[in-house]
Design a protein around this ligand. Structure first.
Ligand SMILES: *Cc1c(COP(=O)(O)O)cnc(C)c1O
Length: 367
């Protein structure tokens, strides 16, 4: 059985006619940057999330960078985030000359442990970036309450959670700024790099729109030092098609995710810890990640059955060479460190069949 880790081929086959026609329209219009496809996408993204403003940009990384730039975060500032995430979250903080300050994660959701945030706040703290990891939102209400107390903005790294809900509200619209990614393998993926920024603040929206276009407010008038952070029209055209079917895909992801958990969770199988979705949350399962004691053996067993797996993420950020200068040590974030040695992701896509899933589950259980 040939199982794909993420089945982008089947997805393309399903929407091929519409995607091809939308992309060809961009080619013949020769409007490659900005234009009608992007405007349409931004309107749809705003409606989808309930945010006042949705702004397309070049990637999830640039979305996070633009958010921090709009908040004037830079040298000598501190930004609180988690060490158990993709490097981009902390990279953009460091890139601007600010200091990433890490706070450990919860052992069951792998999101930032809100009980540990307060202790990390200093008079240099300028923002909090919770990550909604694997497709489930961090505990945003509690984080927003803490942030309000200290007058801090909150940037949700929603690069894995577009489409997820938190107490009935959509991810990306839960804080000062929400940032998502349309990297091909994300729940809503483009055919190249892409991302979006969300806010209900008019001034921040205007500023971020300028920043992603070299800080221009009109052509060749530069109000800010910005970047080239635009989303191109071809990606917007593809996303317009995929967004139409996204809710169906989210539903399929949820069903497949819960089915994995139901079938892996039986009592004879204490080997595997399945992801816990908190009350009030829905997950888009950007990854379906389990914890196992002997990960190397489990990966080998899967590989022998030709089941592709991945590890998100094997090394927490405080132990990365690039962040050595922050002077963190092994043992500083024990939950992140333990999870990093045990976590592994299984194939997940809306196109994963029950037969494929059953085969994966049987292999994991060693039956
Ligand atoms: C993918 C990802 C990013 C970066 O998004 P890109 O579009 O690849 O730049 C940032 N944070 C998290 C948590 C991610 O998963």
């Amino acid at each position: 059985m040939k199982i794909n880790f993420i089945d982008l081929q089947s997805q393309y086959e399903a929407y091929k006619k519409e995607i091809d026609s939308e992309v060809l329209e961009v080619f013949s219009s020769a409007q490659f940057i900005g234009g009608e496809k992007l405007n349409k996408l931004e309107k749809s993204l705003a409606i989808y999330t309930g945010s006042k403003h949705a702004i397309g940009c070049s990637s999830g990384t640039d979305a996070l960078l633009l958010a921090l730039m709009a908040l004037d975060i830079g040298y000598n500032d501190e930004v609180i985030t988690t060490p158990f995430t993709f490097i981009a979250t902390a990279e953009v903080i460091a890139f601007l000359g600010a200091k990433p300050v890490f706070v450990d994660i919860e052992p069951d959701t792998y999101n930032i442990d809100v009980t540990k945030i307060r202790a990390a706040i200093t008079d240099r703290t300028k923002a909090i970036i919770p990550v909604s990891l694997y497709g489930q939102c961090a505990d945003m209400d509690v984080i927003n309450d803490i942030a309000k107390e200290y007058k801090l903005p909150v940037i949700e790294d929603a690069c894995q959670s577009f489409g997820a809900t938190y107490n009935g509200k959509k991810s990306c619209n839960l804080s000062t700024i929400g940032c998502t990614s349309f990297f091909p393998s994300k729940p809503l993926g483009a055919y190249g790099d892409g991302g979006a920024i969300f806010t209900n603040d008019d001034d921040l929206a205007t500023k971020m729109r300028m920043l992603l276009n070299h800080g221009q407010n009109e052509r060749y008038k530069h109000k800010y030092i910005g970047i080239n952070g635009r989303l191109d029209a071809v990606q917007a055209a593809i996303l317009n098609v995929k967004l139409k079917y996204f809710d169906q895909e989210v539903q399929a992801r949820e069903e497949i995710g819960s089915r994995y958990s139901d079938l892996l969770d039986d009592s004879e199988n204490t080997q595997v810890i399945t992801p816990k979705i908190k009350e009030g949350n829905t997950s888009v399962y950007a990854q379906y990640s389990i914890r196992v004691k002997d990960r190397e053996a489990m990966i080998k067993r899967c590989a022998a059955a030709e089941i592709p797996t991945a590890v998100h993420y094997p090394v927490p950020l405080h132990l990365q060479e690039a962040f050595e200068y922050l002077n963190y040590n092994k043992g500083d974030f024990p939950v992140s460190e333990e999870v990093a040695t045990q976590i592994m992701s299984l194939p997940m896509s809306p196109y994963l069949s029950e037969t494929e899933q059953d085969f994966i589950i049987q292999t994991i259980k060693g039956k």
